[in-house]
Design a protein around this ligand. Structure first.
Ligand code: SF4
Ligand SMILES: [Zn+2]
Length: 152
């Protein structure tokens, strides 16, 4: 009788199984389950595009390399935001998860693109203004602290 292959043994893995590589970001691209995060992503993307197009002669969806890096960084931060869909605008945030350098880069982009958003992306601009008026929440307590019973 043939020996039963162990789980994970190559003989048990058909060659046709596609390798599913998890994308670097997930929540921000799931507009149905995370509409707030998806909208934030659209807003920052629109702002970076306005800035990049006007300063670095790019067009359409294209960004120059540094702006592309900034966008990738902002997308990762957004995806891992501790507030999730209850997030404040990053400008009002009490946590500020960006590094000082990236925060300064985003500030420069927003200062330029912000006033131009109303004309080019009025709906996103309106939502951003409304979101910016909401009170920023405090940092949520870690899950372990929330569920742990008080010590005697
Ligand atoms: S700066 Fe604040 S709101 Fe923005 S992604 Fe980081 S933790 Fe979330
Ligand atoms: Zn650029």
């Amino acid at each position: 009788m043939a020996a039963t292959p162990r789980p994970g043994h190559p003989a048990l893995v058909p060659e046709t199984i596609p390798v599913v590589v998890a994308p670097p970001t997930r929540k921000v691209q799931d507009a149905q389950r995370h509409p707030r995060l998806a909208r934030e992503l659209a807003t920052i993307r629109a702002m970076v595009a306005i800035y990049c197009h006007d300063h670095h002669a790019t067009h359409g969806d294209a960004l120059c390399a540094p702006c592309g890096e900034l966008m990738a960084y902002a997308t990762r931060r957004l995806d891992r935001c501790v507030f999730g869909d209850d997030k404040p605008t990053c400008a009002n945030c009490k946590v500020h998860c960006y590094t000082a350098d990236m925060r300064e880069q985003v500030r420069v982009v927003m200062r330029y693109a912000g006033p131009r958003m109303l004309r080019r992306h009025p709906l996103l601009a309106l939502h951003h203004v409304i979101d910016g008026r909401r009170e920023a929440p405090d940092l949520p307590a870690p899950a372990s602290r929330r569920t742990r019973s008080p010590s005697p």
